[in-house]
Design a binder for this molecule. Structure first.
Ligand code: NAD
Length: 381
């Protein structure tokens, strides 16, 4: 951890770039906040500094992201009491024990109730920074500065925060909305290709669940997205964020509609777990899981083969996996699906599909149908 005393004021300006800044508002009454999407935003402290209400700020990041972007952010904190705390990189470090360390860092900083935690990193850092902010003095501000595509389009928006326990992922947490989300797409230039594509799966997911026009737009621009065209990418991020913001505004604490955002997740989590969280990234699990959910929906007469084919084609064009990885067997995958949090009293409860743009929660899904879909997907090349 590094600590800094106030040292005058700071100024910074946005990079001169023709790409316009996009702003999406998450509308939640007094807890509403903007999501800014654009270039050069981390260095544009003139814009985001106003979001800090007090004199203390703790930047949480990790050992991969900090060397790339921490200095840009901390330059904007001049004049405040600030410190940074870096975690080791990876999902394995999203732990309760590390939350204790982050809280200790807030204590060492002397953080008061108007302090702010800044999350600089992917979803792991965002989830942890938000949870620490929710706990410190029963809730202080936090700002999301997502640096992965997945975090920009999904995890930084909506206020779900938390950590993993040895018995399962994301079992401890809180709903705690950020004060702002600052998505600087320049940070994606250093993001590894595989992580980038995994983020695209979350973009497709939003369109597949609730926005058929967006799905058609993605089909039209898939090659440009795969090639990381900045303007097309910014538009895709903005549309996915707008879709998620709408869902969160209507159902902040997941009493109903927000659960639809888990399309493909029950299959995906089983695949991630079977692969010991190394065979598939989360977004890759979501890609395969969405297609399996589509195939199951088709099998039980909820959707058409043509829709499944469109989904498969889009995922393939974006370079995402669509098959169950070799070595994973249907029966153990089904057993893992039975452990899903959404299930009730011994029956499977899944998010299924009525075709492009329409998802639905379905309880009492017949395991024989699930098994048949898993078997077909394992057998296919
Ligand atoms: N809160 C939510 O609503 C929500 C939603 C979806 C996922 N999640 C959580 O998000 C996490 C996954 O997020 P993720 O995919 O961003 O993973 P991540 O945070 O592990 O980041 C992926 C990798 O990219 C690296 N990285 C990040 N930004 C980089 C950059 N700009 N350049 C180079 N490398 C960079 C990271 O260090 C890491 O190695 C999971 O813990 C998941 O549970 C939360």
């Amino acid at each position: 951890m590094t600590m800094h005393e106030p040292s005058g004021t700071t100024s910074a300006s946005a990079s001169a770039d023709p790409l316009p800044l996009r702003t999406i508002d998450v509308v939640l009454g007094a807890r509403s906040y903007p999501v800014w999407i654009g270039r050069g935003l981390l260095g544009d402290a003139a814009r985001w500094r106003a979001m800090l209400r007090g004199r203390h700020a703790l930047v949480l990041s990790n050992t991969t992201v900090a060397p790339l972007y921490l200095e840009q952010v901390t330059r904007g904190l001049e004049g405040l009491h600030w410190s940074s705390f870096l975690l080791e990189d990876g999902e394995a470090h999203k732990t309760y024990a590390n939350i204790g360390r982050v809280l200790d860092a807030l204590g060492a900083l002397g953080a008061t109730r108007d302090a702010c935690v800044i999350a600089l990193g992917g979803g792991v850092i965002g989830d942890m920074a938000g949870f620490a902010a929710a706990c410190w003095m029963r809730g202080i501000d936090f700002i999301q500065m997502p640096t992965t595509l997945l975090a920009m389009v999904d995890s930084s928006v909506g206020g779900k925060t938390g950590v993993n326990l040895p018995v399962g992922k994301n079992l401890v947490g809180a709903f705690h909305q950020p004060r702002a989300v600052i998505a600087d797409i320049d940070t994606l230039t250093t993001l590894p290709e595989r992580e980038y594509r995994a983020g695209l799966a979350e973009v497709v997911k939003g369109a597949a669940i609730g926005d058929p026009a967006f799905f058609a737009w993605l089909e039209q621009h898939a090659d440009a997205l795969a090639a990381r065209d900045d303007a097309i990418l910014t538009e895709a991020i903005a549309r996915k964020v707008a879709y998620k913001a709408g869902v969160v505004a209507r159902d902040e604490t997941e009493q109903g509609e927000r659960a639809l955002l888990n399309l493909g997740h029950t299959f995906g989590h089983a695949l991630e777990t079977a692969g010991h969280y190394t065979a598939l990234l989360h977004g890759e699990g979501v890609a395969v899981g969405m297609l399996l959910a589509a195939q199951l929906s088709e099998r039980i007469g909820m959707s058409e083969a043509a829709d499944t084919a469109r989904l498969r084609r889009l995922l393939e064009t974006l370079g995402l996996p669509t098959a169950i990885p070799p070595g994973m067997d249907p029966q153990p995958l089904l057993a893992l699906m039975r452990l899903d949090k959404k299930n009730t009293a011994g029956t499977l409860r899944l998010i299924l599909w009525r075709g492009i743009g329409r998802a639905e929660i379905v309880a009492g899904v017949d395991e024989a149908d699930v098994l048949a879909v898993l078997q077909a997907a394992t057998a296919s090349p």
